[in-house]
Design a protein around this ligand. Structure first.
Ligand code: UD1
Ligand code: CA
Length: 450
């Protein structure tokens, strides 16, 4: 069985009141169209065909090669939109799944259900219906006395009785491809000058063919985003869905309504997440960690048994049993070895700190390579930028950097060396040597520690 999907995204989405095309508005960190593309790809195993028009270039750019594109200009309705995909798909697929790019909550399971129903029946199409209290804006499902679908009537054309119908067209269909391509050009033009895909249902019935329908159990899955209210609603539902899954997988989420986990994140068992915590991008969290409250972890990896309290991590790699915060900022290129401690108001960038190293208070460490078991005193700063370029700092194992030391890079502090409080280090300090003052000078050799 060959199947592919067509996703409609040519409309302007005027109700968003935005310069950004509607389907590019982000939902939990990525443009909403990605969800439809991923779900379609998952059930068909193929890159879906996206019908673009308004904002075509931006949409193509956002999706890259995760989809194929056809251009619809002018936009003459949903039937006309699907027809644009015929040249690409005519000889490629026996079944065509059609849906919209603005329905991010639709799950692959639901798409699969539609496909399965279609394959088990001989009719030309299966469609998804949803029962909702507020039918406003939807096509109504019309059935005969025997309960068979006879038509979808668009709101503008509906009689007062039809308007009262609560079973609605969710706009997800699986078509037999040959029938679809044959019938699309025969759709009559509507009074509004559009070719409605929904007219195909009445046309099938008129030809004596059976139309299958599949009800959507969870109506919220069928939310189509037309304005920013819908966007917020969908975001909350998506968040809830993700959080539920993690809780079932063994993660404690203290307050799910204020916990923001993107779909791309992975979290280990027995980790606890406190309120107002954001886990974003390609973030991986190990087991038995404690994150938050008030924490952002973006594109970072954390090992097991780490604590991050009221801090921000961006593109950082953190090994097991690291303790961070409050108010620490780990920036891109930070690597913390096992058992590192970063305390209040610490900032690191493009630096690695060896296992057991402690940086308790008010420090900036940039472009530095720091060995294991180093003590970085309060207020220590790597002066890594000389106005033209960034320069490296190296600190050897077991060194003790006194409070308020300025490390004027490029500079090396030897293994077991010490700096006095307030030292301004402009030259390398040899191993096991104490350097003090401004500028710092070596004053004596230290006894090696066992
Ligand atoms: C459509 C259905 C309606 C259904 C509702 C569910 C039709 C005629 N009606 O109505 O039965 O209940 O969705 O949300 O299909 N698009 C194009 N090209 C076009 C026109 C539309 O790509 O020429 C795209 C739009 O970008 C949008 C989608 O198709 O994503 C829906 O179009 P819209 O005109 O908003 O249809 P609805 O009025 O929502
Ligand atoms: Ca719509």
């Amino acid at each position: 069985m060959r199947i592919n999907a067509v996703l409609l995204a040519a409309g302007q989405g005027t109700r968003m009141r935005s310069k950004l095309p509607k389907v590019l508005h982000p939902l939990l960190g990525k443009p909403m169209i990605h969800y439809a593309v991923e779900a379609a790809q998952q059930v068909t195993g193929q890159k879906p065909v996206v019908v673009v028009g308004h904002g075509a270039q931006a949409i193509q750019q956002a999706l890259g090669d995760s989809a194929r594109f056809v251009y619809q200009e002018p936009q003459l309705g949903t039937g006309h939109a699907v027809l644009q995909a015929e040249p690409l798909l005519k000889n490629e697929a026996d079944f065509i799944l059609v849906t919209y790019a603005d329905m991010p909550l639709l799950t692959p399971d639901t798409l699969q259900l539609i496909i399965n129903t279609q394959q088990q029946h001989s009719g030309p199409l299966t469609m998804l219906t949803v029962v909702a209290d507020d039918p406003h804006g939807f096509g109504r499902i019309v059935r005969d006395e025997a309960g068979r679908v006879t038509a979808i009537v668009e709101e503008a054309q509906a009689t007062p009785e039809q308007r009262a119908i609560r079973e609605l067209n969710a706009s997800v269909y699986c078509f037999e491809a040959r029938w679809l391509w044959e019938m699309l050009p025969r759709i009559p033009i509507s009074p509004k000058g559009e070719y409605y895909l929904t007219d195909l249902i009445g046309m099938a019935v008129a030809d004596g063919l059976e139309v299958q329908s599949q009800g959507l159990a969870d109506a919220q899955e069928g939310i189509g985003i037309n304005n920013r209210l819908h966007l917020a609603e969908a975001e909350a539902l998506m968040r809830k869905r993700i959080n539920h899954q993690w809780m079932l997988n063994g993660v404690t989420i203290v307050d799910p309504s204020s916990t923001y986990i993107e779909t791309s994140v992975h979290i280990g068992m027995d980790t606890t997440i406190w309120p107002n915590t954001f886990l974003q991008g390609a973030t991986v969290v190990g087991e038995a960690c404690n994150l938050g409250p008030n924490t952002i972890v973006r594109n970072s990896q954390l090992g097991d048994r780490c604590t991050v309290f009221a801090s921000i991590l961006e593109c950082a790699v953190v090994e097991d049993e690291v303790d961070i915060g409050p108010y620490a900022h780990l920036r891109s290129g930070t690597h913390l070895g096992r058992g590192v401690h970063i305390g209040n108001f610490g900032e690191t960038k493009n630096s690695s700190l060896g296992p057991g190293t402690k940086m308790g208070h008010f420090s900036y460490i940039g472009d530095a390579t720091i060995g294991p078991n180093v003590n970085i005193g309060a207020g220590t700063i790597t002066c890594n930028f000389d106005g033209r370029q960034k320069n490296p700092t190296e600190i050897g194992e077991g060194a003790f950097i006194g409070s308020d030391t300025m490390l004027v890079a490029p500079v090396k502090i030897g293994v077991g060396a010490r700096t006095g409080a307030g030292a301004v280090v402009t030259r390398d300090v040899p191993e096991n040597t104490l350097a003090v003052g401004v500028p710092a000078r070596a004053i004596r050799k230290l006894e090696k520690r066992g």
